[in-house]
Structures are given as C-alpha cells and as structure tokens.
Design a protein around this ligand. Structure first.
Ligand SMILES: Cc1cc2nc3c(=O)[nH]c(=O)nc-3n(C[C@H](O)[C@H](O)[C@H](O)COP(=O)(O)OP(=O)(O)OC[C@H]3O[C@@H](n4cnc5c(N)ncnc54)[C@H](O)[C@@H]3O)c2cc1C
Length: 429
C-alpha cells in the first residue's frame, strides 16, 4: 500500500515524488490522468524534431532544474538570439537596440527596481506568501508609483509573452516574485545588447520528466483521480483505474482540477475557487520569411492587443516550423486567434503556412486577483499544508515556472510530517 499518493505527474508532482523517495520516507504513488508524464512540460514531434508546447526556456537562475538535467544526462542547447518585430510598421531590430530611455536610465531603473524588491522582501518576505495590500495593485501601477515606468517595455517580453498576464492587470506580487536577481541581471544584459545564457532541452523539456518518472517506484499514467475521501484512518483515492489508500495526499494539479475530486472543506473551497487563469494558445506552424529565429512582438504585449502574436521561436534552423504564442480573447476561439497571428506575421512580411499543432492551455498560470492578494490569501493557502493529511504543491502556490516549482516541492516535502519515523504525526489536524 503506498503511504503517499501524489496527484499529477508534472514538474511539481514528480519532484515531490522524488524528494519523498530520497528521504526514504514512504511508498509513493504518483498518479497522472494523461497518458504521459510532464504536465505543462509537453513536447510534440513535428517533422521528426521535438517541439515544446509548454515550458521551454531555462535561464542562469535554473540551478535545480539544470542539476536534475545533468543528473539524467539531458543535453541542453543555447536559445537563439532574440529580435523584436513591430507588426504596425513592419520594422525589426535586435533586442537592446531600441530602448525606452538611454542605457544609463534603463540600468539605473533596473538597479532601483532591485532595491525596491529587496525592500518588499524585507517587509513582506519572499515568494507568493509575501502578499498584502502593497503588492495587490497592478504591476504597471506599482512601477509607475516608483517612477520606474521605463521598465514596463523592458519587462513585458519576459513576462507577458510567457503567458503570465499583462502588466496593467497582474498583481505586482507575481512579477516581483518572478524577477529575482538572476532575472534582473538577464534584463540588464538584454538591455545592453548582450546575450545572457538561456537554454532549452535538446529533446524537449518533457524528456527530463520522462527520465525522472522512470526512476520512481510507482508512476501510474492514464489514471485520473475521481474522488478523494480523507479521514482519521487515512486517505482513500478513487481513480479511473483502481483505489489507493494512503497516509497522506500531495496535490499538484490546478486548484480547479482539485475542486472536481476533493472532499473539500468550506475553507478549501473558498481558497481554491479564488484562483483565476490565463487562456494561452501555443501553435506550431510553418513560417517563411521570418529571419530571426526568436522574435518578440513588443507592440502586442498590452492588454488592448490580447489575441495577437506575442512571441515566435523557431527551434530548428533547418525547419520553417515555428512555435507561436498568443493569449485567447474572451469570446474568441482558436481558429480566429490563429487568423490574427497569420495577419501579424503578414505585416512583417512573413507567411504562415501549414499549422502542424495547436495547444490551448485554457487553465494556464493559476493566480489570484489583486483583491485576494490584498487579503493575503496566499498565506491562507500555504496555511492549508498538512491539514486533513493534504499537502499542496505546484504552480498555483510556487509560481508558474519550473525552477520555483521544484524549490517549493522540495520545501513542502522537507517540512511535511511524513516518513517511517513521523507517520504518526501525519494525523488530521
Ligand atoms: C506554453 C507554456 C510555456 C511555458 N514556458 C515556460 C518556460 O519557458 N520556463 C518555465 O520554467 N516554465 C514555463 N512554463 C510553465 C511550466 O511549464 C509550468 O509552470 C509547470 O510545468 C507546471 O508544473 P506543475 O507540476 O505545477 O503543473 P502541471 O504541469 O499542470 O501538472 C499537473 C498534472 O496534474 C494532472 N492532473 C490534473 N487533474 C488530475 C486528476 N484528476 N488525476 C490525475 N492527474 C491529474 C495533469 O494532467 C498534469 O499532468 C510554460 C508553460 C506553458 C503552458
């Protein structure tokens, strides 16, 4: 009988499963609804080559992920240089070539941002639990209030185009969590026209998680959790395949997915239903006439341009197949959004041909709206840890990127009352 059931075999669930096994703590079963592991680290094959439809990039701050990659002998490759295109004028230039101020002004603003972030951390703490009224306003407002508005167009490509939201909508807490010292350094390097190190997995991000899963004792795919009953005697997890009994439950799937199977308390329901999501579209299509292999569409990174092409990446120089990213506007569908992307490409003289793949991440980037941040809801959510034998991991609590997810899973496992010597402490609180 497994002692721990982990729901979801994405980055968070597999990292937690690995940490739990490393601690020699318990039998662990990682349960995944899809036929394959990886979750939002999803790699597809186009013209015989791997294409990432989910996570793709790691920067210098991805220490744990790169350590894991080295351990599993996953080959990494440098990301191509980035350019900027303006579909309104058809112009194109290298990142760092056109700045919203002089290099000195941008460098000074990045320095001041760094200090303001340290002040925020000193006052409120690190990560998403550092939530309060100070960081509930939109990030655009937060920057302007500090006379840092010059940074909006520097930051948006590395936040909005990754699907995390528009700077005039997202609560400041999220960009403040994401743009840590390694990313400030990266922004500074981009701003002076340098090329900061950024890598991708040669065989796709999913290849890492397939290797990690292969080493775990029990990973069940095509096994969807249908219902969970938590009581004093333990946890019963009913799945589409069979029933599991456990001492503790780790939940890594989205809060919306958890609400579909959990025997939630009124408090859990209140907190989990507070999350909102982005509707993010990724497609792989042949694009001709787009010379740079990676290209931001900076003019499309404001909320008024929702539904337009935000960034394009051609991972393989010998292929025209390009990964294209956009948000889907409410009331519009995938085909209409792809038409808009086609028009954006045409405006810079590029032609979109065959669409090989389209993936709509309808519940992307679980995050909380400003009013929930003002009420410090992330603290209440983190406060659920260990209650009713349940531990919460994954992007909703950590931030929607692999490195913070790994760190968070590791922390939660380390502080969980699980393991042969500690099983009795895992009781219902
Ligand atoms: C297009 C895109 C680009 C991205 N780019 C980057 C990037 O460059 N760098 C980066 O670091 N991050 C990136 N991310 C974010 C990163 O991929 C995610 O934040 C991370 O993979 C989420 O991991 P997770 O384990 O928290 O959640 P998920 O990967 O969502 O895993 C949750 C798992 O739970 C499973 N599940 C759900 N319900 C059930 C159920 N009832 N029973 C069993 N299993 C269930 C799901 O199938 C899923 O596999 C990107 C994401 C996307 C979509």
């Amino acid at each position: 009988m497994p002692n721990v059931v982990v729901v979801g075999a994405g980055a968070a669930g597999l990292a937690a499963g690995r940490c739990l096994e490393e601690r020699g703590a318990a039998d662990v079963a990682v349960i995944e609804a899809e036929a394959s592991v990886g979750g939002k680290c999803l790699t597809a094959t186009v013209s015989g080559r791997p294409f990432d439809l989910g996570a793709i990039i790691m920067n210098a701050g991805y220490k744990q992920t790169r350590k894991l990659a080295a351990e599993f002998q996953c080959e990494l490759q440098d990301m191509p240089a980035v350019a900027v295109a303006n579909p309104a004028t058809g112009e194109m230039w290298a990142v760092g070539e056109r700045l919203p101020g002089s290099r000195g002004e941008v460098a000074s603003a990045l320095g001041r941002y760094y200090v303001e972030r340290l002040v925020h951390i000193a006052k409120n703490g690190r990560g998403l639990i550092a939530a309060n009224d100070d960081v509930a306003m939109s990030f655009a407002e937060w920057l302007r209030a500090r006379d840092l508005g010059v940074l909006e167009s520097i930051i948006a490509p590395y936040f909005t185009s990754f699907g995390y939201g528009y700077l005039d909508e997202i609560a400041a807490l999220y960009p403040l969590t994401f743009f840590d010292s390694s990313k400030v350094r990266m922004l500074a390097q981009f701003a002076i026209g340098a090329r900061p190190p950024r890598w991708r997995f040669l065989q796709g991000f999913q290849s890492l998680w397939k290797s990690v899963a292969a080493e775990l004792s029990t990973v069940e795919t095509s096994c969807a959790v249908r219902s969970v009953e938590r009581g004093e005697q333990g946890v019963i997890v009913n799945t589409s395949v069979r029933r599991f009994e456990a001492d503790a439950l780790f939940v890594s799937c989205s809060p919306a997915a958890a609400l579909r199977f959990l025997d939630y308390s009124p408090e859990e329901e209140r907190l989990l239903s507070s999350f909102i999501y982005q509707d993010y579209l990724v497609c792989v299509a042949d694009v001709e006439g787009l010379a740079p292999r990676s290209c931001f569409f900076d003019a499309n990174l404001e909320s008024a341009k929702r539904g337009h092409l935000m960034v394009a990446t051609r991972p393989w120089p010998e292929l025209d197949a390009t990964i294209l990213y956009s948000m889907i506007s409410p009331g519009r569908g995938v085909s209409e959004t792809i038409d808009t992307i086609r028009q954006d490409l045409a405006r810079i003289g590029a032609t979109m041909g065959r669409v090989h793949l389209r993936k709509r991440w309808g519940q992307y980037f679980p995050h909380l709206p400003g009013e929930a941040i003002a009420r410090s809801l992330p603290r209440d959510i983190e406060g659920l840890q260990g209650r009713s034998r349940t531990y919460w991991i994954g992007e909703a609590l950590a931030f929607g990127a692999v490195e913070p997810i790994l760190a968070h899973s590791r922390r939660v496992v380390a502080s969980a009352a699980i393991g042969p010597a500690k099983q009795e402490a895992a009781g219902v609180r």
